[in-house]
Design a protein around this ligand. Sequence first.
Ligand SMILES: [Mg+2]
Length: 140
Amino acid sequence: MNIFFDVDYTIMSMDGKIRPHTHDVFSQFISMGHIIYIWSGVGLRHKDVDRLGLNEFVSGIFVKPVTEYETGIQRFKVDPRPDYVIDDHREIVEFFGGYHVSPYYFKDDSDNEILELFENTIKYFETGLSDCKKLFHKNN
Ligand SMILES: [Mg+2]
């Protein structure tokens, strides 16, 4: 699966700190054969990906459309098409399918959202089913 992660408040706090378990979960997705991409509505985030130590996990960095998703991925040349998106903004998750994380605003070492995302997601990938309310099936 081509898994697309948002940056702000999804894997990074307001003050630029990495969300707990991000490295670990990226690494585990990759070991299972998935491919990790980063996109952001405010532009290309090469500097943040580098600063957060995520370069080795990330196969591509794109601009994320914040509206008109279908024309947006063409306009911004997002290739491959996202199979599964992880974002604190619900609408884009509903559109592509994926997981709507609670926003991560401030550094919090006890935050488990990325771990929960991983556990719910692998269950869903294995069975095609999920009763998790944060997980959205692809509807397009
Ligand atoms: Mg965000």
